[in-house]
Design a protein around this ligand. Structure first.
Ligand code: PEP
Length: 246
């Protein structure tokens, strides 16, 4: 089945009001990129100004709390990011799993909260280098998928990003063969978990994607787009990745 490609950026804790000017050129490229969806996850404080700067672009958050409101100092709810104009959020990024000790159950609850609030989710899974070296990469990734997959998973609101932790921000990437093997395993496991809908769910690759390697990585089997960190910060680096997906 033909799945529309999705190229999503993750600005992490980077950017500024001044940096939002980059979104104009990214939005123009997104408009020209027929058949490709483009999205950018910005820091929470930049969601509203980013939407104002590039109204046509899907702007999202990088994390969200599962609870609707309450005593959760420093956190943001689905309603808060939606009110700011977010259309989606990343959940389960490996930096949050590592730095904030987020469990699969918490990631699942966050995704389910997004669905309940009418927003989309990009759910991240991926193994560490030690896990890969131990030969456990596939088992770890499929276990994360089982544990974090939200109830009601469907292609119209959820995409899954396979992001090997050792490839994030390092300049290292898996081989196309490794990506194809992992994405095939994820697709198969997803089918076992949710049945026929698994065929339509987009599987993104993330980890040191650049304009130079995007075409090759996007050509791997079962790769329906990319989640891009460092190279999403400027239009000059991000637009070639969008172009590689067209
Ligand atoms: C990410 O932040 O999810 C990511 C893949 O980062 P980078 O592209 O910089 O490796």
């Amino acid at each position: 089945m033909a799945r529309r490609k999705l190229i999503a950026g993750n600005w992490k804790m980077n950017g500024s009001l001044a940096a939002l000017a980059e979104l104009r050129a990214i939005a123009d490229a997104a408009q020209d990129a027929g058949g490709v969806d483009v999205a950018i996850a910005v820091p929470a404080t930049l969601i509203a100004p980013a939407v104002a700067m590039a109204p046509g672009l899907a702007i999202g958050a990088q994390d969200v709390h599962a609870a609707p409101r309450g005593a959760h100092t420093g956190c943001v709810s689905v309603d808060l990011i939606a009110e700011a104009g977010a259309r989606f959020s990343i959940v389960g990024h490996s930096e949050r799993r590592a730095d904030n000790h987020e469990t699969d159950a918490e990631v699942k609850a966050k995704a389910e909260a997004l669905r309940a609030g009418g927003l989309r989710a990009i759910l991240c899974i991926g193994e560490t280098l030690a896990q890969r070296d131990a030969g456990d990469a596939e088992a770890v990734v499929l276990r994360q998928l089982t544990g974090s997959l939200p109830v009601g998973t469907a292609s119209d609101w959820l995409a899954i990003a396979y992001e090997p932790v050792w490839a994030i921000g390092t300049g290292r990437t898996p081989t196309v063969g490794d990506v194809t093997a992992m994405h095939g395993a994820i697709r198969g496991h997803l089918h076992a978990l949710i049945g026929a809908e698994a065929v339509a769910v987009r599987l993104l690759y993330g980890g040191s994607v650049t304009g130079d390697n995007a075409a090759e990585l996007l050509g791997a089997g079962n790769v329906d787009g990319a989640l891009v960190g460092g190279a999403s910060l400027t239009a000059a680096k991000f637009v070639p990745i969008i172009a590689a997906a067209v």
